[in-house]
Design a protein around this ligand. Structure first.
Ligand SMILES: NC(=O)c1ccc[n+]([C@@H]2O[C@H](COP(=O)([O-])OP(=O)(O)OC[C@H]3O[C@@H](n4cnc5c(N)ncnc54)[C@H](O)[C@@H]3O)[C@@H](O)[C@H]2O)c1
Length: 430
């Protein structure tokens, strides 16, 4: 009979650096261990992915040459249900990054109480350099390659950075062709006419707003007139900005990969969205003042929403921000040292694993709707999203209050207890 977690060797197939995503995740796990009691016996299960698949994705380019891309699908933990997590197309994707993103999905799904494990996928590619047809071939070949481990009851991909409903449609079609039947439930974030859910496109940004509203209320920060700064103006950041503006907040600054813009009275969010549609980024938006990208972190604001990539809030930036509330739309935007600095400075951080869980929550609704072939109205979806996320946030808030810990550690306590309890109850096979 095993008594305690035995010493384990670090994984040989990655080399995590300080502040890399997997190392950030491991630090977060270390902080939760003191609160796990007897369940900490199973903690090693959190420190390694259950399954990591690396695939070669060769495609014929439009000019007749053949190019190969690296693809990944990682299933971090499946104790509580099928794997669930997005697919990212980005030139800096690595196995290690995908592992961290998969692990955060394990925590997120458990923190919200969704019946899923955690998974994530990615292709190391700059999708902007591919034609529409090349992108389709890449997606179809990748889907075929990972087809041996995905499925409506095994692992259900969804959109992430640089992937969208069209890519989900190709994934669903490819998987369906391979199994000889239409399997709408194999991916979520699909177009609505292919079994997608109303409200899915905006769900992550809406979740950022819902958890932000709940947090703001608890620290007596009125949304009316609150100054909001947003990094990343894609699916998540732009929707969150839109909803905060709608609630009377002022979106004073936005930064993306093209630059940063400032307008202290409040940016015209729909006009900025139209500009980004037309020009590919916020740079050049005339109804605002351009600022240096690094100056974004000094902008006077009440609420800061990182909604781009990992590792953006460094220790130096954590010292500089004027925000009282940080809403992590992105996955892993805050480094562990920066977390400590913000806690000391009294800046409340709503962690990614609850803040951006709106997307996977509506993905869960989509999956349920696909199984029953019965679809709900958008109002119904938004109301259920509000209820589930609001409830999960309250539970995490109460846990943080009771144990006198940050919301991130509290979210990990709630989630890891659920994951490890499932692990303990299922037992080790064989
Ligand atoms: N899409 C979802 O449903 C979803 C769900 C949960 C979490 N997330 C997370 O939210 C984040 C954003 O995802 P998305 O779906 O909005 O992606 P997206 O591709 O729609 O947008 C990404 C945004 O980030 C900006 N960006 C990229 N590199 C940057 C850099 N170096 N500096 C500043 N800005 C940069 C881009 O310009 C763009 O505005 C990611 O961390 C993703 O994992 C997304």
């Amino acid at each position: 009979m095993l008594q305690t977690a035995s010493p384990n060797n670090p994984l040989s197939y990655i080399d995590p650096q300080p502040d890399s995503p997997w190392q950030t995740y491991l630090s977060q796990v270390e902080r939760v261990l003191p609160y796990l009691g007897p369940l900490s016996r199973w903690a090693e299960t959190l420190r390694r992915p259950k399954r990591a698949l690396i695939v070669d994705v060769p495609i014929e380019m439009d000019d007749g040459t053949v190019r190969h891309f690296e693809g990944f699908r990682v299933q971090h933990n499946l104790s509580r249900g099928p794997g669930k997590g997005g697919v990212r197309y980005h030139p800096q994707v690595t196995l290690e990054e995908v592992m961290a993103l998969a692990a955060w999905m394990t925590v997120k799904n458990a923190a919200v109480g969704l019946p899923f494990g955690g998974a994530k996928g990615g292709i190391r590619v700059e999708p902007g350099e591919l034609s529409h047809k090349e992108l389709e071939r890449l997606t179809r070949r990748y889907t075929s390659e990972i087809g041996i481990i995905i499925g409506p009851q095994q692992d259900i991909p969804a959109p992430d950075v640089n992937t969208n409903p069209q890519i989900m449609a190709w994934m669903m079609d490819t998987y369906s062709m391979n199994i000889g039947g239409t399997a709408t439930g194999v991916v979520t974030g699909k177009p609505v006419q292919l079994g997608g859910s109303l409200g899915r496109v905006k769900a992550t940004g809406r979740g950022v707003f819902v958890t932000g509203r709940e947090a703001a209320r608890r620290i007596n920060l009125p949304l009316e007139g609150a100054r909001v700064a947003v990094q990343g103006f894609g699916n998540v950041g732009a929707t969150a900005a839109e909803l905060f503006a709608h609630a009377g907040a002022r979106v004073v600054a936005v930064q993306d990969h093209t630059g940063a813009v400032l307008h202290a009275p409040g940016l015209d969010v729909p006009a900025l969205q139209a500009h980004v549609q037309a020009h590919g980024g916020v740079a050049g938006f005339e109804a605002a003042q351009p600022i240096a990208r690094e100056d974004f972190w000094d902008v006077p604001c009440d609420i800061l929403i990182p909604a781009a990539l990992e590792g953006q809030i460094t220790e130096a930036r954590a010292r500089r921000t004027a925000a009282r509330l940080v809403l992590e739309g992105a996955n892993g935007p805050t480094l562990p040292g920066a977390d400590d600095i913000m806690a000391e400075r009294g800046v409340l951080v709503v962690p990614d694993v609850i803040c951006n869980a709106g997307g996977v929550t509506v993905s869960y609704f989509e999956w349920v709707q696909d199984f029953s072939s019965f679809f709900w109205s958008e109002d119904e979806i938004n109301a259920r999203l509000d209820k589930i996320l609001g409830g999960a946030f309250a539970h995490i808030w109460d846990t943080a209050d009771r144990l006198k810990i940050t919301l991130r550690t509290a979210a990990f306590v709630v989630a890891c207890e659920r994951v490890l309890q499932a692990r303990a109850e299922r037992g080790l096979y064989p």
